[in-house]
Design a protein around this ligand. Structure first.
Ligand code: ZN
Length: 350
């Protein structure tokens, strides 16, 4: 499968935080040919293990969940009220089409509705609508009708824009944060499949990162790694109106090496090792400017007696909004950096 097709399959898969089963089964199928064993822990993390020369474990992490919403109430006119799962920019979620998954596993369409501007006062038009005033129109006229369509309290849904290439090598999808990281892990497993790995390697696909690094917390305890690398789809902000010093990463400049985010200050030893590997292999890279966002590395490095951890990210614009974009050359260079780094272990950092 071509890397872009893998990205398409993963971005289009349903995987709202806490409801990751569809994306997990795709990842299981994609990673299985390249590893010795695959397990799912009780909370839903998918952990694929491949034995290496050194029995100490390298944990490669990417989170498989995406930000979404959960049905909190269906009113007697059939309108759905909801709460966010993960951090959304609430100003821009109105007026989008959503895909809701019912308890029976059916996908249903809906629309996040808002009152038409014609009937709003000038004051109302100027203000963003708070999320607790928004609703989804699922095409029902009563609570019973919504229920007949399969829509119930607790159902997950998300805004769904299908994956597409909007210019050559420049793609858009709904869940590049962090299916880009998941795809990097799959590609890394594939490209290293024919060689002996220097360290036993756990490809860990975490649930619930967007709810507070939940999956990585238990996965790291279970895996008990000697070193961990989190791979993210992170904040690309090279766009009009944002000063350069406030752009955490910029598209087209290669993988972003984190020095610090809100959840971790990365050991300089790890940052230097990543720089060295990138330089030696002619891979362009940039720094993710401190200290924006949190990552699974924040949870992993605090596990047990402490785990030396780093973060490499694919820059993605517009994450935590209805659509995101990335450049395929950044994605490819992230795979190259992670693959080269795996080969350099344990000597490069341990
Ligand atoms: Zn993420």
């Amino acid at each position: 499968m071509q890397p872009m097709e893998l990205l398409r399959e993963l971005s289009d898969a349903f995987g709202v935080s806490g409801f990751e089963d569809e994306v997990r089964e795709i990842l299981r199928a994609r990673v299985s040919p390249f590893v010795d064993s695959v397990t799912v822990d009780p909370l839903g993390n998918l952990i694929a293990l491949r034995k290496g020369k050194d029995s100490r474990v390298l944990m490669l992490d990417a989170h498989m969940d995406e930000v979404g919403f959960i049905v909190k109430w269906v009113d007697d006119k059939g309108y759905v009220r909801f709460a966010p799962l993960g951090g959304w920019d609430e100003r821009i979620i109105g007026g989008h089409r959503v895909v809701l998954r019912t308890r029976a596993g059916k996908k249903r369409l809906g629309v996040i509705g808002s009152a038409p501007p014609h009937i709003l006062s000038a004051e109302e038009r100027a203000k963003p609508i708070p999320i607790d005033k928004m609703f989804v129109d699922v095409g029902a006229t009563s609570r019973q009708e919504a229920s007949d369509l399969g829509v119930e309290i607790g159902d997950p849904f998300t805004i769904h824009y299908p994956f597409g290439e909007i210019a050559e090598g420049y793609v858009t999808g709904k869940a590049l944060d962090d299916r880009a990281g998941c795809a990097v892990l799959i590609e890394t497993a594939r490209r290293l499949a024919e060689e002996e790995l220097p360290m036993t390697t756990a490809f860990s696909f975490a649930f619930g990162e967007e709810l507070g690094l939940r999956g990585a917390t238990t996965a790291a305890f279970r895996i008990d790694p000697a070193f961990a690398l989190a791979v993210e789809g992170t904040i690309g902000a090279d766009m009009p109106g944002i000063a350069e010093e406030n752009q955490p990463t910029r598209l087209g400049r290669g993988p972003a090496v984190s020095v610090a985010d809100r959840s971790i200050v990365v050991s300089p030893k790890v940052v230097r090792a990543l720089e060295k590997i990138a330089d030696e292999n002619g891979i362009p890279y940039q720094y993710k400017l401190p200290t924006y966002g949190s990552t699974d590395a924040g949870a992993i490095h605090l596990t047990r007696g402490g785990v030396l951890s780093g973060i490499v990210s694919v820059p993605c614009r517009f994450i935590h909004s209805p659509v995101s974009t990335l450049r395929m050359n950044d994605f490819e260079n992230t795979i190259r950096l992670v693959t080269s780094f795996v080969r350099s272990l344990p000597k490069s950092v341990l």
